[in-house]
Design a protein around this ligand. Structure first.
Ligand SMILES: NC(=O)C1=CN([C@@H]2O[C@H](COP(=O)(O)OP(=O)(O)OC[C@H]3O[C@@H](n4cnc5c(N)ncnc54)[C@H](O)[C@@H]3O)[C@@H](O)[C@H]2O)C=CC1
Ligand SMILES: N[C@@H](CC=O)C(=O)O
Length: 449
């Protein structure tokens, strides 16, 4: 049965999926915009550090005041409305909540939220892929031990890419490469929240209208988020990662099957079976006309002449050899699509992408020469960006994962472009996030399952 029919059934039975949302910023708002239009879902509780900000966002997306005036979660459950507050622990503890959507974008806190939700036997849709990137494999294991599901969030690119990879493998195609697009030039790695809107292509007024967080968007632009997302995909699918960071080959949609071939056959890949990100800009900054900036793709190979001939007979666009074919979605719709994950975990018992192994990592890398005493400020800030590396390389150099490079003091100078290592920093070892990461290093080893 389709997910939509299952949702309709739950609505007809008066048994909606009960959802709690932690973090009602831009991504959360996009989900909230769709909740009233989705049958069989009751968003009973929202917890945000700023309930006033969450209320402003709810107004922005068109929720009426009555819909969000519940005095407590119990009151919301009785009246079919929503409680907005700041107590995430009450949200994850409430026995009626089936699914927690973690949407804070704060990786260290997201780990607390996920672990607490598992302990309360709640499924988690983790939008905060920044946390998944440094400890997703262990979070997935913890969820399994608790008998619940942990899932990447549909609408963001990683889950959409996992879906394409699953399509390919289920059809019997080997995956040559999979990934997403990005507007990329190498100097974006040094971008800060001051420079983000110009590079990104939005005016400050547009950013203000949408309630967009400049540091968050700078983490998208500066290459951190593409690395984070590629890590999540690699750890979920077992695809390999480039040995020294993403390559960002420029390509139009039509050219993806040309560039995502192994180097030995004229493409850019070190080998078959890799994640990669396609740039929507030529290296001189010219915009590529039919780009994949906001989309996702998978390149597959015809292993036999028969399959290759099928591509030709049915006009499938391939590389010149006729063997490499790319399927793509040109757009992703962020939080507007996350209801897919909520319905999938609650009604099908299936995550929309989940880490199965530890093969990739994102290491904090200096945006400029950094001096002892400086504080690292995490994704999208002024000090570090995230570089995609094989997990084995990250472990060998003692790399600090980007998700833990928040409010961390530097003990030694780090030159621009160099990876930050554990020996370079004084880190708070008391957080659950730090402990989980170190435990994952012990349990999984790099490349382990
Ligand atoms: N905005 C976008 O276009 C996209 C966002 N995402 C992901 O969505 C997640 C959230 O990003 P945005 O919504 O853009 O960020 P945002 O900054 O707009 O919203 C985050 C919200 O979470 C709240 N929050 C932060 N820490 C919290 C905590 N410890 N407890 C409770 N609430 C807390 C903040 O008050 C804010 O309302 C990130 O993981 C990001 O990577 C993914 C794809 C696109
Ligand atoms: N995941 C995206 C953010 C918006 O969709 C990105 O990294 O650009």
């Amino acid at each position: 049965m389709s997910l939509h029919r299952k949702l309709q059934q739950r609505a007809a039975e008066g048994r909606p999926i009960r959802v709690g949302l932690i973090g009602a910023g831009k991504f959360g708002s996009m989900y909230l915009a769709q909740v009233p239009r989705t049958p069989g879902v009751h968003l009973a509780a929202i917890a945000d550090l700023s309930p006033a900000g969450a209320r402003r966002n709810l107004e922005r997306v068109g929720w009426s005041a009555e819909r969000l005036d519940a005095a407590s979660i119990d009151d919301a459950l009785r009246r079919g409305s929503t409680h907005v507050g700041d107590d995430w622990q009450a949200l994850v503890r409430h026995p009626a909540i089936d699914v927690v959507v973690e949407c804070t974008g704060s990786p260290v806190h997201a780990v607390d939220h996920c672990l607490a939700a598992f302990a309360e036997r709640k499924h988690v849709v983790n939008v905060t892929v920044e946390a998944d990137a440094f400890c997703g494999p262990l979070l997935a294991r913890r969820a399994e031990e608790a008998g619940v599901l942990y899932s990447l969030a549909f609408g963001d690119q990683p889950a959409l890419i996992c879906d394409l990879v699953d399509w390919a493998r289920t059809c019997g195609f080997p995956v040559v490469a999979a990934g997403r697009g990005h507007k990329w030039l190498p100097h974006f790695a040094q971008s800060t929240p001051e420079t983000v809107w110009g590079y990104y292509g939005l005016s400050p007024a547009q950013a203000e209208r949408g309630g967009l967080n400049p540091k968050m968007f700078n983490s998208f632009l500066d290459g951190s988020k593409p690395s984070i997302e590629s890590t999540a995909v690699a750890n979920a699918t077992g695809l390999g990662v480039p040995s020294d960071g993403l390559l960002y080959p420029p390509a139009s949609v039509e050219d993806i099957p040309y560039v995502t071939r192994p180097r030995s056959e004229g493409g850019v890949l070190e080998r078959k079976g890799m994640v990669e990100v396609i740039s929507s800009l030529e290296t001189d900054g010219r915009r590529i006309p039919y780009d994949i900036r906001m989309g996702v793709w998978v390149t597959v190979e015809a292993e036999t002449d028969y399959v290759k001939h099928c591509f030709e007979e049915y006009n499938a666009h391939t590389d010149p050899s006729g063997r490499y074919f790319t399927l793509y979605k040109r757009w992703h719709l962020i939080g507007l699509e996350v209801g897919q994950s909520v319905a999938s975990v609650a009604l099908r018992g299936e995550p929309t992408g989940v880490a199965t192994q530890w093969g990739a990592d994102v290491v904090a890398t200096a945006k400029r020469d950094l001096a002892p005493g400086e504080m690292l400020d995490g994704e999208g800030g002024y000090t570090v960006w995230g570089k995609l590396l094989p997990a084995a390389t990250s472990v060998a150099i003692g790399g600090v994962p980007l998700g833990l490079a928040h409010q961390v003091k530097l003990l030694r100078p780090v030159a621009q472009g160099a990876c930050v290592t554990w020996d370079d920093v004084a880190i708070d070892t008391g957080t659950a996030a730090y402990r989980v990461r170190r435990e994952m290093e012990r349990l999984f080893g790099a490349g382990g399952r």
